[in-house]
Write a protein that binds this ligand. Structure first.
Ligand code: SIN
Length: 211
């Protein structure tokens, strides 16, 4: 897997950097470096509440990652002391994660990235990695990843426990349940089968319907 953590204070990616750091998309196909502006890969709220201007958006996937409700949220879907749960990614061999990619306009790219850094400040860092489109092409892009090293990370727990936390948490951006259900619906629209999100949604709906 060719994923590189990015220091946010650094200047934007240049074509020569990307080509050096990521190598080919497949052994015989060079990774295309976008000249039109950085691509951002969204796999959580960035799919259904994009909230920033972009020049182009396409369904996309990344390889070797699984989506999990393992990141605590104290600034969007929970509060300090009562965190909600939002998604991050864990490295998983032979698994692909489907989401949506957005190409930024170069002239406002730095502003948009600064906005996103602020929005994702609860534990996420930028990672540079290849994004794959449905037509078989690939580009260099960025995604926001929360690792176990961040203070809000919660990690794994029994499904019912995660479901209970999602059902009861609430933060400045709204109910945690909204985050899960909107993500679930957005993934359906993208034709993405995500067993973790589906099992969690089923568990939450089951709990909700219990007397
Ligand atoms: C993302 O959507 O790509 C990052 C996680 C989130 O903000 O939900």
């Amino acid at each position: 897997m060719h994923a590189t953590r990015v220091d946010r204070r650094r200047t934007p990616i240049t074509p020569s950097q990307t080509a050096r750091q990521n190598g080919p998309a497949t052994p015989d196909e060079p990774l295309r470096v976008s000249t039109g502006g950085t691509w951002i890969f969204g796999y959580g709220s960035l799919i259904w509440r994009t909230g920033f201007p972009y020049a182009e958006s396409r369904p996309a996937r990344i390889n070797g990652w699984s989506r999990r409700f393992w990141q605590g949220s104290t600034d969007h879907r929970g509060v300090p002391g009562a965190p909600g749960r939002v998604v991050t990614l864990i490295e998983s061999a032979n698994v692909e994660c489907r989401g949506r990619a957005y190409r930024l306009e170069r002239r406002i790219e730095e502003e948009v990235l600064a906005q996103l850094d602020h929005r994702e400040k609860g534990g996420y860092e930028r990672v540079r990695l290849p994004l794959y489109f449905d037509d078989g092409s690939a580009v260099e892009g960025l995604m926001y990843h929360a690792t176990p090293a961040n203070p809000n990370y919660l990690g794994d727990a029994p499904l019912e426990e995660i479901a209970g936390q999602v059902l009861t948490s609430h933060g400045p951006s709204g109910p945690n349940l909204e985050y899960l259900l909107r993500l679930h619906d957005a993934l359906r629209e993208l034709d993405a089968h995500d067993p973790h999100v589906e099992a969690l949604t089923d568990a939450v709906l089951r709990m909700q319907s219990e007397p």
